[in-house]
Design a protein around this ligand. Structure first.
Ligand code: PLP
Length: 441
């Protein structure tokens, strides 16, 4: 007999013991549903399927763990590598040779670079890149665009105005706990925005250690815009840092920057680089990277073996199986599903994002309520859904058809309720918390 679920008691205890329940904002149940119906915890995950504490099986068409496992959950090749590493000792007083093999592979794939450092999470990898840029240029200010982690250097943006991160992350973020001494060190500019490029980037670049940006957000940047960023960074001795933590390994088997043919000084990879095993890589030019020995950058777990071993397995499999082609193709299908389901039901829809990470927004009177209803109804069909979808190598045709049928059904219900102004009335709980602006605007 199956063990009786203790979901309710675990949720109760989590609410009591763990602020926000999850270590990741995007995995807090309130980001999906606020009525305790979101499964919240999982027992097992395989491919695109997740089993909750009641052994109920779901199909993940939402964040796929924030895009950390492009090959699917519990990929057999990654698992094989991970188990071998654990059996042979995942850490010791000596270092893993996999670090060296991975550095060779990353330098081969980013041939303008000649030095690599490893970390384990995206935010800390970005902190390293920024520290290196400051150490190299002896300048303090940073021009940036987009999201780059939770650390003080980044959140200090909001010290002089709580609105500074509104279009980069979330509206009104409070930089509580961030030293006031960092005020004015971060200067935000908007992606692909010529006005900001003229007024901010050109003005502040001489004082800046780095220009930090994702080379691809909702879309790739205009060629002239990104060329101009590169020209300004070179002219003013600013380190150009491309954050590929989300965009990497989606459009090709390396960085999205390859599509725009602009070379940075440092590129940072994270998230899916080891398919769910913590790993981060800072890849850059030696003259900048060697400053890691002049300042102090060091951490015990940056020397363990699981991360680099699984990253090697991931990158090799990604290339061999042309994983990005599949991610793009599936993304195109998902976009089409949303467009057709909206059209069939006379709903106006806006689609944004690159194919492997697309999002939609329906033009209804109350979008947060509509989205809550969408998630609630998709969950009844055992689909974990959001207004965005990280496509996955394991999204099979039958899964996509299941998602399509479900979208059509739920969009139809939305259309009927919208006409009667009854969406809020049909919610089982309060309206969900809204997520990252950067993925929806
Ligand atoms: C572009 C980008 N940079 C940095 C980060 C921070 O990475 P982590 O959450 O692993 O610290 C993220 C995470 O979503 C990201 O998308």
């Amino acid at each position: 007999m199956k063990k009786k679920s203790n979901f309710k008691s675990i949720l109760k205890s989590a609410k009591k013991n763990i602020p926000g329940i999850s270590g990741l904002l995007g995995k807090r149940p309130d980001m999906f549903l606020k009525d305790d119906s979101w499964p919240t915890f999982y027992k097992k995950a395989k491919g695109i399927n997740i089993w909750d504490l009641n052994n109920k099986k779901y199909f993940d068409f939402s964040m796929m763990s924030a895009g950390t496992c492009a090959l699917g959950y519990a990929d057999p090749d990654i698992n094989k590598t991970a188990m071998r590493v654990i059996q042979d000792g995942s850490i010791s007083t000596l270092n893993p040779p996999e670090d060296v093999e991975l550095s060779e592979l990353l330098i081969k794939d980013n041939p303008w670079a000649d030095s690599v450092k490893f970390a384990r999470t995206g935010g800390e990898s970005m902190s390293i890149a920024v520290r290196l840029a400051r150490a190299y240029t002896k300048k303090e200010k940073i021009l940036f665009c987009g999201y780059h982690g939770w650390h003080d250097w980044y959140l200090s943006t909001n010290l002089n105005s709580k609105k500074n991160l509104d279009t980069h992350l979330l509206p009104g973020l409070n930089p509580l706990g961030v030293p006031k001494g960092l005020t004015g060190t971060l200067i935000p500019f908007r992606f692909n925005n010529w006005e900001d490029l003229e007024k901010k980037v050109k003005k502040f670049a001489p004082k800046c250690a780095a220009i930090v940006m994702e080379p691809c957000r909702e879309s790739l940047p205009d060629k002239e815009f990104i060329n101009e960023i590169k020209r300004i960074s070179k002219k003013n001795n600013c380190v150009l840092i491309f954050d590929e933590i989300t965009s990497g390994f989606r459009l090709n088997s390396s960085g999205a920057y390859k599509q725009i043919k602009v070379i940075p000084d440092i590129v940072v990879y994270g998230k899916t680089i080891a398919n769910g095993i913590p790993m981060g890589a800072i890849v850059g030019k030696k003259k900048i990277m060697e400053n890691s020995l002049k300042t102090f950058i060091s951490s015990v777990f940056w020397s363990e073996k699981l991360g680099p071993a699984c990253a090697l397995t991931f990158i090799k499999k990604h290339k061999k199986n042309n994983v990005s082609k599949k991610l793009i193709l599936t993304g195109k299908k998902i976009k089409k599903i949303w467009i057709n389901a909206a059209k069939q039901n006379n709903l106006q829809i806006k689609i944004t994002g690159i194919d492997p990470l697309a999002s939609f927004k329906l033009n209804t009177k109350n979008w947060p309520a509509t989205l809550t209803f969408f998630i609630q109804e998709m969950l009844k069909n055992k689909i974990l859904a959001q207004d965005k979808c990280y496509t996955n190598y394991m999204h099979k045709e039958a899964d996509i058809i299941r998602y399509k049928d479900s979208c059509e059904e739920v969009f139809n219900r939305i259309s009927i309720l919208e006409k009667k102004d009854k969406i809020v009335e049909n919610l089982n709980g309060p309206i969900k918390e809204m997520g990252f602006n950067r993925l929806t605007n």
